[in-house]
Ligand binder design. Structure first.
Ligand code: AMP
Length: 291
């Protein structure tokens, strides 16, 4: 595995790989690698000749009061995990190289960036879209891999790629979870034992939504109210949002008559966690031809 810090060196390597007729699979990350990241890497290895991952804690996607400074950084361990996973290139640029002092260009994916998390983290998705666009330009992958855990991020990136004609395929892979259902996340490292147990309430809440919808509940407000009741069992849980939206445009859905995304952001103590689930409407209403 080759570790690269400079943008120009990464671009040169990518160009050589492409000139050799090999395909590049790319997994952008902020490091503190876990099984969620590794699942993306595994898929990239299966699909592509060469796998590049980036580790970059992107300052422009953190608000002034957010956890940029204390975001978990474990580069030495990440390097070992990346090597073990069979990655070819680890790209870890310095912030000053990505954003020199005169930096002034940002990507905004309108409307989508204001829904769900965007309403609570102004500017977050502009930072995400900007860094992903820059990384795609530098690494020039054939396929880039993202996790469903950050569903809104994936929708925004797919939209950006489509709107700006960026020559890359975007693949979104399922959320990897702990045994109790907690979605793996680098931020789970902030949770103490007690909070980690409490945090499994997010998944239980999503499961309740799934049960209600599959039993035929069509009224989003009722599902959301049932979910909030469950979250109320954890006294330390503070809800940013519990939403039912159209997975294509992230607009609120009132009547559940097609596939929906149930998404939530909840603080457990001082840690903000997000999770989501795609749910089909009551399955038997869609069955045709005896399937
Ligand atoms: P991050 O390092 O948190 O920015 O995540 C890098 C990529 O890994 C993003 O595309 C995330 O959506 C994805 N990812 C993070 N957690 C998980 C998970 N539990 N399962 C699958 N993918 C994940």
């Amino acid at each position: 595995m080759k570790v690269i810090h400079s943008i120009s060196q990464m671009s040169i390597c990518s160009r050589k790989i492409k000139a050799n007729g090999q395909s590049i699979g790319f997994v952008p990350t902020m490091g503190a690698l876990h099984q969620g990241h590794l699942s993306l890497i595994k898929k990239a290895k299966r699909d592509c000749d060469v796998v590049v991952i980036s580790i970059f804690v992107n300052p422009t996607q953190f608000g002034p009061q957010e956890d940029f400074k204390k975001y978990p950084r474990s580069f030495a361990n990440d390097k070992k995990l990346a090597q073990k996973a069979g990655i070819d290139f680890l790209f870890a640029p310095a912030a000053e190289e990505i954003y020199p002092s005169n930096y002034c260009t940002y990507i905004k994916v309108k409307n989508l960036d204001e829904r769900l998390c965007g309403a609570f983290r102004p500017g977050h998705f502009q930072g995400v879209a900007t860094i992903v666009h820059k990384l795609l330009n530098i690494v020039q992958p054939n396929i880039a891999y993202f996790g469903q855990k950050d569903f809104q991020q994936a929708v925004i990136i797919k939209t950006m790629v489509r709107n700006l004609n960026i020559p890359v395929k975007i693949r979104v892979l399922p959320t990897v979870r702990e045994k109790d259902g907690l979605a793996m996340s680098s931020r789970n490292r902030y949770l103490n034992e007690r909070e980690k147990k409490d945090a499994s309430i997010l998944f239980q809440t999503l499961q309740l939504a799934k049960e209600m919808v599959e039993k035929g509940e069509k009224n989003s407000a009722k599902v959301i109210s049932g979910m909030k009741k469950i979250l109320g069992r954890v006294p330390d849980a503070k809800i940013d949002y519990v939403s039912i939206v159209n997975p294509e445009n992230l607009e609120d859905v009132r009547l559940i008559d097609k596939k929906i995304l149930v998404a939530l952001a909840v603080w457990i103590g001082k840690v903000r966690l997000i999770d989501n689930m795609l749910i089909d409407e009551k399955p038997e209403t869609r069955m045709t031809n005896g399937e």
